[in-house]
Design a protein around this ligand. Sequence first.
Ligand SMILES: *Cc1c(COP(=O)(O)O)cnc(C)c1O
Length: 223
Amino acid sequence: MKVSEKLKVINKDIQAAAERAGRNTADINIVAVTKYVSNDRTQEAVDAGLVHLGENRPEGFKEKSETISGDVNWHYIGSLQSRKVKNVINEVDFLHSLDRISLAKEIQKRAEKQVPCFIQVNVSGEEQKHGLSPENTSQFVEELANYDKIKVIGLMTMAPLTEDKEVIRSCFKQLAELRKEIAAKNLQHAPCTELSMGMSNDFTIAIEEGATYIRIGSSLVGE
Ligand SMILES: *Cc1c(COP(=O)(O)O)cnc(C)c1O
């Protein structure tokens, strides 16, 4: 199916979820995750009107950002090894996976301008997942005051892989609560207004819980 057709379906679901939550769809951004698909399919996504693209590996990120034409905001959504920072950071418009001081240090050293970042939080506590524990997130954000190349625009999480919608919802709710607490501190380097959460399987729940960036791959551009 064409990306534009899939996008129509997804936009309907976004609209319905936003209505249920009393939210404006203008506050919900789709990040098209193109990690599984070719450059041609990615270009099709841009031509269909998608302006946010996400990749989760340095190699894929570089290839896509060098090949795709159009006015694209580039999102780096995967875990990023410190030694790879220099390869991508100056092409990254949004980083979704800041989760440790060593990474912040490397960004500070390599970035030529300020990078809008989401702090990745491992709300569900699964061992194999990257991200800070909710307990440590607030302190971590405060420490980032010393890094002027980093602007904390929000928090990011991945819900656990489960069919249980209430478990997923609870994960998103906790992230939203944490975001509020951090934003209430009015830190100059950390407005923390955004929530990056929700993927193909759970983006409607994420919208109901306040997501402002949803990251959609398989159901939008394909696997
Ligand atoms: C792959 C990926 C997505 C998109 O997943 P789909 O289930 O294909 O929509 C979103 N976020 C991250 C961090 C990913 O790695």
